[in-house]
Design a protein around this ligand. Structure first.
Ligand code: ABT
Ligand code: MG
Length: 146
């Protein structure tokens, strides 16, 4: 049964600098809440480089790593923890594909993001991609969260 209480999950969501600059934070939170997920922690912050490099450690050494880090340091982000049944997968579905051109209409990226021709794709949001990633990322961004 997919509706049992043990499947309540938490996920780390970021509104990336492009989303904050374009004042889409409210629209993104609105979609999260309308989908039935809850925001249980949130703040606007400028990230230290070390945190961004740790967050994206899996991409170290790839050609887009430095542009990716620079992009994430280009302005403040809104960091949040969301909670709900299967919310890790639910938020990824709500976000759409990584490439905004391929993201389906109806998704955050499909409706609101576009290819702006930069080395690194600017796609408005981040969401943890697995329970292990969610646990690691929530500890990194919200170490004091119970
Ligand atoms: P994130 O939520 O930012 O992790 O994006 P997503 O999980 O959808 O995609 P991944 B594969 O984790 O990409 C991380 C960031 O790196 C960018 N990227 C990725 C590129 O620019 N070129 C590439 O070839 C790949 C694989 C997309 C993501 N973000 N930003 N910003
Ligand atoms: Mg990812």
């Amino acid at each position: 049964d997919k509706n049992v209480a043990t499947l309540v999950e938490r996920s780390l969501v970021l509104v990336k600098p492009d989303g904050v600059k374009r004042a889409l934070t409210g629209a993104i939170i609105d979609r999260i809440e309308r989908k039935g997920m809850r925001v249980i922690a949130m703040d606007l912050r400028s990230l230290p480089r070390e945190l961004v490099e740790e967050h994206y450690a899996e991409h170290q050494g790839k050609p887009f790593f430095e542009p990716l880090v620079s992009f994430m340091l280009s302005g403040p982000v809104v960091a949040m923890v969301i909670e709900g049944h299967r919310c890790i997968e639910a938020f990824r579905t709500l976000s759409g594909a990584t490439d905004p051109v391929k993201a389906a209409p109806g998704t955050i990226r499909g409706d609101l993001a576009t290819d702006v021709g930069t080395t690194v794709v600017q796609n408005l949001v981040h969401g943890s991609d697995s329970p292990a990633s969610a646990e690691r990322e929530i500890k990194l961004f919200f170490p004091d969260l119970a």
